[in-house]
Structure formats: structure tokens, C-alpha cells
Design a protein around this ligand. Structure first.
Ligand SMILES: NC(=O)c1ccc[n+]([C@@H]2O[C@H](COP(=O)([O-])OP(=O)(O)OC[C@H]3O[C@@H](n4cnc5c(N)ncnc54)[C@H](OP(=O)(O)O)[C@@H]3O)[C@@H](O)[C@H]2O)c1
Length: 245
């Protein structure tokens, strides 16, 4: 069955590859980004591959932009089956906690946590019209409390205070909505794509990352289209398996 999917931050990177993968499975994809020229170009590229793709401009840090995006989607669709909160920023990876600026910390939380929370709230009525709705929050291993509290963790030396806090908080967004959705047809989960070769972090050369954006897209694609809906609500995934929060 064809699903209607909306993927935030899909003008490039993991979001773009997720849209492409779902599109090639025959699903309809709405891709969003702040930069409308880049977003339009990405949608055009997907369309040229035979994918049903449209662009919707969205800045997830702007509540009015969130309402406009929902209004625009509702002009074309009666329901939304898949919402992927993929848009995110990482701007403080080289800073120790004492050096992170108020501005960087706030914009990281606003983009990675507050935006996804209110996007879900705004799209809930459209998701409720689907018999099999899924919300996927693109989190990170760096947001896992289990990793952050383990001095032996391979992420122990990673700084990025605002980013790590924002992804830990995004995981709580998942759990809070999972409780709210418990007796509904909506499921919500978090996933981590692993370290991927994308332009997420302006301070670090990601060409050394072990995964491509295509690799990183595999778990969200699977969660959106193939995973058993009943098994994913309130869970955290990496490489199609559950991991500890
Ligand atoms: N790459 C990794 O190693 C890695 C690891 C773990 C988790 N993740 C997560 O995976 C997700 C995708 O990351 P990526 O590596 O693909 O990053 P990316 O290549 O930098 O792509 C990020 C996307 O988010 C959009 N975006 C940024 N701020 C936005 C805002 N305020 N409103 C709407 N869209 C916004 C960007 O488009 P515009 O700038 O045009 O808006 C872009 O399309 C992020 O949530 C990231 O935290 C990535």
C-alpha cells in the first residue's frame, strides 16, 4: 500500500536518501527544508527518478512555518502515514561545556528538540486519520544516557554538549508521545543512523565516518515501511535493532 510520508530536512544527507529509498518503494514523499531553492532542486531530482515527490518549505524552529507546512500538506492529502523528524543541526561538537554559547545551545535545542515536538503536535490530526501512522525521530547514539554514563563508551570523548542534550531530550519526546499514542493507530520511535558522511557538523571532516548517508537511511526507511508497527512504539533503534536509551 502506498504511504504518504513527510521527511524534514530532506534537501540533502540522510533525509534525502530516506526520501529516495521510500520513493523507490512506491511511497509518496513530501520533503522539507528551510532553503527552498535547495529543497525544490532535491524534489526535482527525486521526480526525475520517477518518484512522487513534492517540496514544502519548513523551518522547524518557527511555529508559523510549522502551521504553514501542515496547511500546505492538508491541501493535497487527507492523512499522513509517516512523519520523519530528520532535520537537525550539530554546531557545538568542538566545545567543552564551559565554552558553549547561549545562542548555539538554544538554537540546537530549538532545532533538534522543540521543533520535532511541535511538528508532531501540529500533524497529529492528519496522522490520526491513518490506520498505520508512524513517527520516526532521528536521534543519535550521542543522546543515549546509557552511553553518556559509561566511561568505557566509545563516545566518552565526544563533546557536543548542546547536541547530546538535545538528542537525549528528543528521546524523551519519543517516550512522552509513545505513552500518549498507546491506544491509538500511531506509533513513534527514535533511531540513530550511526556516524555518516554528511555535512551535519561544520567542524569535523566526516569523510572518515564509517557510513554513507545511504547507510544511515536504511533504519528509518525500514521503520517507516517494513517494521512491525506494534513492535516499534516507544523504542530506540540502530541498524534495525533496538538499543538502550
Ligand atoms: N550524520 C551523522 O553522522 C548523524 C549521526 C547521528 C544522527 N544524525 C542525525 O541525522 C539527521 C540528519 O543529519 P544529516 O547528517 O543528514 O545532516 P545534514 O546533511 O546537515 O542535513 C540536515 C538537514 O536538516 C535541514 N535543517 C537544518 N535546520 C533546519 C531547520 N531549522 N528547519 C528545517 N530543516 C532544517 C537542512 O536543510 P536546510 O539547511 O536547507 O534547512 C538539511 O536538509 C539529524 O537529525 C542528525 O542529528 C546524523
Amino acid at each position: 500500500m502506498q504511504k504518504t510520508c513527510l521527511i524534514t530536512g530532506a534537501s540533502r544527507g540522510i533525509g534525502y536518501e530516506t526520501a529516495k529509498g521510500l520513493g523507490h518503494q512506491g511511497h509518496k514523499v513530501y520533503i522539507t527544508a528551510r532553503n527552498s531553492q535547495k529543497g525544490q532542486e532535491a524534489a526535482q531530482k527525486l521526480s526525475q527518478e520517477g518518484i512522487q515527490a513534492r517540496f514544502i518549505e519548513l523551518d522547524i524552529t518557527d511555529p508559523q512555518s510549522i502551521v504553514r507546512a501542515r496547511t500546505q500538506l492538508a491541501q493535497h492529502e487527507e492523512k499522513l502515514d509517516v512523519l520523519i523528524n530528520n532535520a537537525g543541526i550539530m554546531i557545538d561538537s568542538i566545545f567543552t561545556p564551559d565554552k558553549v554559547s547561549f545562542e548555539d545551545f538554544s538554537s540546537t535545542l530549538s532545532t533538534n528538540t522543540t521543533g520535532p515536538y511541535f511538528l508532531i503536535q501540529e500533524f497529529m490530526p492528519l496522522l490520526a486519520k491513518s490506520a498505520d501512522a508512524r513517527v520516526i525521530n532521528m536521534s543519535s547514539d550521542l543522546g543515549a544516557m546509557t552511553q553518556a554514563s559509561d566511561p568505557q563508551s566509545r563516545f566518552d570523548a565526544v563533546l557536543a554538549p548542546g547536541y547530546r542534550i538535545s538528542k537525549a531530550a528528543l528521546n524523551m519526546v519519543t517516550l512522552i508521545y509513545a505513552k500518549h499514542f498507546r491506544d491509538t493507530d500511531i506509533s513513534i520511535c527514535s533511531c540513530s543512523p550511526g556516524w555518516c558522511q554528511t555535512s551535519l557538523d561544520p567542524h569535523i571532516d566526516s569523510s572518515k565516518a564509517p557510513n554513507t548517508a545511504v547507510d544511515g537511511a536504511q533504519t528509518p526507511i525500514w521503520l517507516a515501511s517494513e517494521a512491525n508497527k506494534a513492535d516499534i512504539n516507544g523504542q530506540f533503534f540502530y541498524k534495525k535493532s533496538t538499543i538502550n536509551w
